[in-house]
Design a protein around this ligand. Structure first.
Ligand code: PLP
Length: 394
């Protein structure tokens, strides 16, 4: 029998994939499931991007490329990030990775020592806590509160900073709440990071998916922050390219070299034809992106209004991403129990708030990357199940 390394006990996971597997098993039994658990757009990758990848394959972009990314792709990303964040980014600061996730893994590995503390949003993307634990550091959860629209409470943050704090992770728009940080929030966070010498990992993967006239504001744009910020971004969400595995990080050049070394030691490089398609995504027409974002906004309103009309559920109207994070404490049920009930009895797959950390108790996450017709059906079935089932107080 193989004996596994002790560190594997510290590695977490993403339950979205587990719920998807459970839902698929029910579907295999003939049950109809509405998928509101998935974290990917239900749109197809825009045609111009697909065409660019096909052409790239024909032109021979089917071999290894440089570990940090193709020079033309790094240049296009540097130009895009310079333009969108209004900061001077050089191609040497860009590392292209297979999806944006490796940027979390690689930068935490490269910057955080055993025994260091890392502050991260909770509820938040589960991989942050998992990787912090994995490297032997201490995860310090920063609670995002419903009454604060799931923004960062600066006083809470101040209280969590110690001499051991090495890194702070922020994410706006946020998964799972859809909450966003205002420019004032970001500036206040930057002040704290600068005065305590903390590196900031800024997960900006949803920054093109914002509503109600809100615009992204990157912490890297705050004077002085460029040298201590890692921007994590990618193509998965904005261009509906989750399966292409295409992401990037922007960071100080010395860190980019270390992250490149980690890439050499693990993935070697990102698929070359994907990287050519990335250039088309960044420089080609953006009509499909704006159509998708407009449709998401319509669905957001539909699902928020629908959830608020159900007894026991209260849903904040988020300004970004494609998730809602309703408070379900009024149903008298715990989050996981309700998520299971909805899957089994209502045929609606969603995620328990606790899949995003301990402060997710009392909430569920629904993704509205699904049609209005399906969302409407899901809402009806949820309401029916909650009416039928007696409240269980635990
Ligand atoms: N960051 C956040 C907040 C996410 O929600 C996700 C994906 O769900 C990622 C990063 C990872 O994206 P990718 O699929 O490009 O690795």
């Amino acid at each position: 029998m193989i004996q596994f390394a002790g560190r594997m006990k510290r590695l977490g996971t993403e339950t979205a994939f587990e719920v998807l597997a459970k839902a698929r098993a029910l579907e295999a039994e003939g049950k109809k499931i509405i998928h509101l658990e998935i974290g990917e757009p239900d749109f197809d990758t825009p045609e111009n991007i697909k065409a660019a990848a096909k052409k790239a394959i024909d032109e021979g972009f089917t071999h290894y490329g440089p570990a940090a990314g193709l020079p033309q792709t790094r240049s296009a990303i540097a130009a895009y990030v310079s333009r969108t964040r209004k900061i001077p980014v050089r191609p040497d600061q860009v590392v292209v990775t297979p999806g944006a996730k490796p940027i979390m893994f690689f930068t935490i590995l490269a910057c955080v020592d055993e025994g260091d503390e890392v502050i991260y949003p909770n509820p938040g993307f589960p991989i942050y806590e998992s990787v912090i634990d994995f490297v032997g550091a201490t995860p310090v959860p920063l609670q995002l509160r419903e009454e604060n629209e799931f923004r960062v409470d600066i006083d809470d943050l101040k209280k969590l900073i110690t001499k051991k704090t090495r890194m702070l992770i922020i994410n706006s728009p946020q998964n799972p709440t859809g909450g966003i940080l205002t420019e004032d929030d970001v500036r206040a966070i930057a002040d704290l990071a600068l005065s305590h010498g903390i590196v900031v990992l800024s997960d900006e993967i949803y920054d093109q998916i914002m509503y109600d006239g809100h615009k992204p504001f990157s912490i890297a744009s705050v004077p002085g922050m460029l040298d201590s910020t890692i921007i994590l971004d990618g193509f998965s969400k904005t261009y509906a390219m989750t399966g292409w595995r295409l992401g990037f990080g922007v960071m100080p050049e010395d860190l980019a070299k270390l992250v490149t070394k980690l890439q050499v030691n693990s993935t070697s490089c990102t698929a070359s034809f994907s990287q050519i398609a990335a250039i088309e995504a960044l420089t080609g027409p953006r009509q499909d992106v704006s159509t998708m974002v407009r449709e998401f906004e319509r669905r957001r309103d539909f699902i928020v209004d629908g959830l608020n009309a159900i007894d026991g559920i209260r849903c904040h109207r988020p300004h970004g991403a494609f998730y809602v994070f309703p408070n379900i404490t009024g149903t008298g049920r715990r989050s996981r129990e309700l998520a299971d009930l909805l899957l089994n009895d209502a045929g609606v797959a969603c995620l328990s708030g606790t899949s995003f950390g301990k402060f997710g108790e009392g909430f569920l996450r629904f993704s509205y990357a699904n049609s209005i017709a399906n969302i409407e059906l899901a809402l009806r079935q949820i309401a029916a199940v909650l009416k039928k089932q007696p409240i269980s107080v635990s």
